[in-house]
Design a protein around this ligand. Sequence first.
Ligand code: 1HN
Length: 371
Amino acid sequence: MTQVASPVRLEAVETADQPKHTAELDMLYRSFERQLLIPLWTEIGDLMPPHPSSRALPHLWRWSELLPAAARAGELVPVGRGGERRAIALANPGLGGRPFATPTLWAAIQYLNPHEDAPVHRHTQNAFRFVVEGEGVWTVVNGDPVAMRRGDFLPQAGWNWHGHLNRSDRPMAWIDGLDIPFQSYADATFFEYGPAEVETLESPERSRSERLWAHPGLRPLTHLQPTPATPLLAYRWEYTDRALSEQLALEAEGEAVTLEPGHAAVRYVNPTSGSDIMPTLRTEFHRLAPDTETAVYKEVGSSVFQVFDGTGDVTVGDITWSVERGDLFVVPSWQQMRLVTEHGLDLFRFSDAPIFERLHLHRSHQEGTPS
Ligand code: 1HN
């Protein structure tokens, strides 16, 4: 048998049904350590908690601190082949110094200087961009240039070639979300380099993907089969904004169309199936009207939120933060969350919910409702 140092140290536990701590028991435990064996009776509390108890912690990153840090990286660190992206990841303080926002989700701020390119590559990880401010960058997906502007959501499913280029005279920052931690634990990751230069002759207003797919309720007869990820590469702010304001307007006219009073919400979906935009990622936009308080809610799986506009107080677990534009916060699995706003609050959200739903592990609970 290969001898490797055991990272564990087994300790006798003396509860009613456990053996007394004797020299013989100690020898047995030392031999378990040498053989890399761990008895269940010393671990059960950790492995089988009565409900999810995430190592990830609720945490807030302020845009007012993230953006200057990214801009400084823009002065000091070039972007190119090898490093691939000037992306700076949110590292949850409960996850041991890994660049993981939650056990399944990666979130980063990415920054591109004027006339810079981020080289072409592809990976199995599902990704998206969301833009909280600025414009001028095109993300080029399989040769299709897609303009990025404030409020746009740009999904980018695994194994598609992609690079970014800033065609403007100003720097631009945005956030990236990916399922990197999930695919890393699952040993499912592949990666390939493409050209170092992002090739595109045009910078069109509308991508080919939008010209084919961005017509609500209409589907090309040549594309009737459902695809696992959305073929639409940009969900524009103008539509998201209108969908949310119309929900609130209909509510004001007496229709029960909002999630709860004053809380409008939409999910970004794959137009070929009506399901989430990618197999592992769920993305939504939430709008709270002024003077709205949400219910206290929790679910299995983790989320990252970015404040798009407005201000409010966010409670996650037992921490409350006052938030403003661009701030990012993490909601770990089965931690309660609640939002309160006086002047109105717009929030972008992404989560790993499709993974748990597909595996029949998803549960949610709203305070005041039966469990
Ligand atoms: C990536 O390709 C992007 O394309 C962003 O912008 C973040 C993090 C790890 C690996 C690949 C992008 C990434 C990434």
